[in-house]
Design a protein. Structure first.
Length: 123
């Protein structure tokens, strides 16, 4: 689920207009079944795509849920070797990981993105 807030103006004729939509991709190393181990730590790389890339990023806030979005907690974004990552500690009894992102670029465009059950957790 995602929503974007941005300014736009009327486009004349049939020429398509580029929209300033950014998104965040989460790329953890998972099993072929898209799972990771519960009760372990996992580094999750983040990749920003769209106009909020590079020096045009204003804010990036990430939250994680281990109960399919019932409760959320802040997941601090760290930088390792020039790349943004999350350092997650999966609870022992959790069965999935969900992500919620609020991203803004310096031009005022905002992305709110939620990924429920992004990957499963197994014991």
């Amino acid at each position: 689920m995602a929503d974007w807030t941005f300014s736009s103006s009327r486009v004349d004729g049939d020429k398509p207009a580029w929209l300033p939509l950014s998104t965040v991709r989460f790329t953890p190393k998972l099993t072929l079944a898209s799972t990771a181990k519960a009760g372990t730590k996992l580094t999750v790389p983040l990749w920003i795509q769209g106009p909020a890339t590079g020096s045009n990023l204003k804010t990036l806030d990430v939250q994680v849920s281990y109960d399919a979005g019932t409760t959320w907690k802040k997941a601090p974004v760290k930088v390792e070797q020039g790349n943004r990552v999350l350092k997650l500690s999966h609870p022992k009894n959790a069965t999935s990981v969900s992500f919620k992102v609020k991203l803004a670029d310096k031009d005022g465009n905002v992305t709110n993105q939620t990924i429920y059950k992004a990957y499963g957790l197994v014991k």
